[in-house]
Design a protein around this ligand. Structure first.
Ligand code: HEM
Length: 210
């Protein structure tokens, strides 16, 4: 879980930084998207890097879900007789919502790809003009799109808070005081990532980016 999670987190950091380039203007943002397609040329064909990234991300997501399923099955097998009265589970809200949070994120990513990668669900829908796609997407009259993105990013934040905490505990941080430190690092990371992602839709919604 931790290793595939870290790969996904690295993508999330890179993608968030890339999205923030929207504040540098249309030419610069579209140029960045074009650069991503030509990355690795002439060794790689056009969009070669993107396809390697897509295969890597899909593999990491499938292994991440596979590992979660195995862990859930092991936990169930460890307690074959179900509790007659299931007590409220200890642990944070984030820890208890990992499964449904994961499902929301997965559904969001499917919608998001149809929206901003293929352009199928986007009012502009031109893959060569990502700036125009993003601005059309989060226009004030389409406030419900921003609302949906906000829901997904907040679900991602909760998922990351618990995930980063668990990964830090799995991969070390077992020293005295380590738990508190891991908890704080995970919280700060989740908040910064959520804020970084939400800046873009809200900047368009409020007219800061147009
Ligand atoms: C909330 C603000 C977000 C914005 C404004 C945004 C923007 C974009 C844009 C413009 C693209 C197309 C890039 C291109 O054509 O080169 C894209 C692709 C993508 N985004 Fe996002 N994104 C956001 C959040 C997220 C989140 C939270 C995730 C993951 C949980 C995510 C995952 C992806 C993936 C997997 C792709 C497809 C990359 C590919 O072409 O293979 N995005 N995003």
């Amino acid at each position: 879980m931790a290793v595939t999670g870290i790969l996904l987190v690295l993508f999330l950091i890179a993608h968030m930084l890339g999205n923030l380039k929207i504040f540098t203007g249309a030419t610069s943002f579209d140029h960045y998207a074009h650069w991503l397609r030509e990355l690795g040329a002439p060794l790689l064909p056009s969009a070669g890097f993107l396809w390697i990234q897509r295969v890597g991300l899909l593999t990491a997501v499938l292994l991440h879900i596979g590992a979660a399923t195995i862990l859930a099955m092991r936990a169930r097998a460890a307690r074959p007789v179900r509790y007659a009265h299931r007590k409220k589970v200890r642990g944070s809200y984030a820890a208890r919502t990992m499964r449904w949070g994961g499902v929301i994120i997965l559904l969001f990513v499917i919608y998001h790809i149809l929206d901003l990668t293929t352009g199928t669900l986007n009012p502009v829908g031109d893959p060569s003009r990502p700036y125009a796609n993003v601005v059309a997407d989060f226009a004030p009259e389409r406030w419900y799109v921003t609302a949906f993105y906000t829901l997904a990013v907040v679900a991602l934040g909760f998922h990351l808070r618990h995930g980063v905490f668990s990964a830090l505990r799995s991969l070390g941080q077992q020293t005295p005081g380590g738990e508190q430190r891991a908890r704080l690092v995970a919280l700060v990371f989740a908040v910064v990532l959520c804020a970084g992602y939400l800046l873009v839709p809200f900047a368009v919604l409020t007219g800061l980016v147009s």
